[in-house]
Write a protein that binds this ligand. Structure first.
Ligand code: NAP
Ligand code: MG
Length: 496
């Protein structure tokens, strides 16, 4: 059955106000305020979520600080911490259907997609970092500057302290896992702020983390406004690290806010990632891949392949192929897994995306598919859209749209497409489609982006560092690299 009905368990959950988690206690906001949470597939209010006051946020930071200072987490052995994180993963798995349903309801993820994709992926992320708990190591060194004396010199990795984690709405559960798991593996205590639109799956994750044995105060969850609570966390003198995923614009505000105590900053920001199709590519695969790269999650993916460059001789064939896929896609509610593309997150975002399409057309782009809002029903839908014959002078080519809108251009030579691909303020990802293995790797080398896929697009993994060049961010998520970003490095020099 394609249509997923809300289960009674989730319906009951949504009857209550979604609470904040501070020092192990689930609580309402200090001033009792809450915000409506909408289902983007229907435009209906599904529940309300407590919105933290500044005092709540300060209490959350204080709880995290106290838990860090008294070593209730770092005092466990690495193996004990690993077991707790592994248990979190098992509990996510045991509640996979409920988690998928929550992700469907407030983030507009397809139920089956979340059940088979996001939810197990989040669980695997906890397993991956569970494995690292027992493998955080230092090195030994030898002195060259002081001859004739004996020294013992070593380095050690130590947790930074309290980490503030600020995440967007486009993949709440996975984004939360990508930050919480390495932060906890490193020994930090955390305060996480979900995006205002999407607190549901993270709230449930918090319950599972407490159940798994994460000590009180080590995980705190506070929903609240970005410019108030998010900013407070980024500024807070007792927070040593802020890891932010979101827009480039807000990323820059985070840097400003963080400078008071020079807290460490990791930023995963926007993208405008090129998809490069050479004329010797498996065109069937490239056409399907290019469509998937932009239309999956309705383009609300930081690594979406939003700029398509196709070599002259196959340009028409590839554009009409992608346009054909776009025209045939079924667009509808995330409850219906027979649909091909779901909603945008909010009415505001829908309007922003639509305005960008109009701007592109006004600038002279040619509409090859889509372009219209879908207004029957209350959800936030737009047709999968392909804008052909665009140029680098158009705003649709330079700006991130974060919706199902592809801009396409022809190229003739490899050096030319590399220059076009690199002509962007972003540098998050790219994909290269060709059967020529040398061309593939030479192009991968020349493209200035943190992630390059060859004959595929958008495949992530916990083991693979993820992040961007230029204004796509600072630092990397996933892999050992992410774990290191929650640590300080100490060198100890002992004269024997
Ligand atoms: P956003 O507006 O930057 O918001 C992201 C988070 O920051 C939200 O929790 C938001 O809270 C909070 N926030 C807003 N203003 C803040 C401030 N002044 N100080 C501290 N926190 C603040 O981003 P978005 O529009 O929700 O998400 C889309 C963007 O995220 C896109 O640009 C996309 O490319 C990027 N993204 C990047 C990656 C990556 O890994 N590189 C992954 C996913 C998304 P509120 O919700 O309350 O506003
Ligand atoms: Mg926002």
């Amino acid at each position: 059955m394609a249509e997923h009905a809300i289960t009674p368990r989730v319906a009951r959950r949504l009857e209550a106000v979604q609470r904040l988690l501070i020092d192990g206690q689930w609580q309402l906001a200090g001033d009792g305020r809450s915000e409506d949470i909408f289902n983007p597939s229907s435009g209906e209010i599904i529940t309300t979520a407590a919105t933290a006051t500044e005092e709540d946020a300060n209490r959350a930071v204080a709880a995290a600080r106290a838990s860090f200072n008294d070593h209730r987490w770092t005092g466990l052995t690495p193996a004990q911490r690993a077991k707790v994180l592994w248990r979190v993963a098992d509990l996510i798995g045991a509640h996979a259907e409920e988690m998928a349903e929550l992700e469907m309801l407030d983030a507009g993820k397809f139920y089956l997609g979340a059940l088979n994709g996001e939810v197990p992926f989040a669980a695997e992320c906890f397993r991956y970092y569970a494995g690292w708990c027992t493998k955080i190591e230092g090195t030994t060194k030898q002195l060259s500057t002081v001859p004739g004396q004996a020294f013992h010199i070593y380095t050690q990795r130590e947790p930074i302290g309290v980490a503030a984690l600020i995440i967007p709405w486009n993949g709440p559960l996975v984004q939360a896992a990508w930050k919480i798991a390495p932060a906890l593996a490193a020994g930090c205590s955390v305060v996480i702020k979900p995006a205002s639109q999407t607190p549901l799956s993270i709230t449930r994750l918090g319950e599972l983390m407490i159940e798994a044995g994460v000590p009180d105060g080590v995980i705190n969850i506070i929903s609240g406004g970005g410019s108030t609570i998010g900013r407070l966390l980024a500024e807070h003198p007792d927070v040593g690290k802020v890891s932010f995923t979101g827009s480039t614009e807000v990323g820059k505000q985070i840097i400003d806010a963080a400078k008071g105590n020079l807290k460490k900053v990791t930023l995963e920001l926007g993208g405008k990632s090129p998809v490069i199709v050479f004329d010797d590519a498996d065109l069937e695969g490239a056409i399907a891949g290019a469509a998937e790269a932009i239309f999956s999650s309705a383009g609300q993916v930081c690594v979406a392949g939003s700029r398509l460059y196709v070599q002259d001789s196959v340009y028409d064939e590839v554009i009409s192929g992608v346009a054909e896929i776009a025209k045939n896609m079924k667009v509808g509610p995330a409850t219906n897994s027979a649909m091909d593309m779901g909603p945008l997150i909010s009415r505001q975002h829908l309007q922003d995306v639509y305005r960008m399409v109009e701007a592109g057309l006004a600038e002279g782009a040619k509409l090859a598919a889509g372009g219209k809002l879908i207004t029957d029903g209350g959800g936030y839908f737009i047709e999968p859209t392909v804008l052909a014959d665009t140029t680098h002078r158009m705003s649709v080519v330079s700006d991130e749209i974060f919706g199902p809108v592809l801009v396409a251009m022809p190229f003739s030579r490899q050096e030319q497409v590399v220059a076009l691909a690199n002509d962007s303020e972003f540098g998050l990802a790219a994909s290269i489609w060709t059967r020529d293995i040398s061309k593939a790797h030479l192009t991968a080398d020349a493209v200035r982006a943190g992630l390059v896929w060859i004959n595929c697009h958008g495949i992530p993994d916990m083991a693979v560092p993820f992040g961007g060049y230029r204004q796509s961010g600072w630092g990397r998520e996933n892999g050992y690299e992410s774990l290191l970003q929650y640590t300080e490095l100490k060198s100890v020099i002992a004269r024997l």
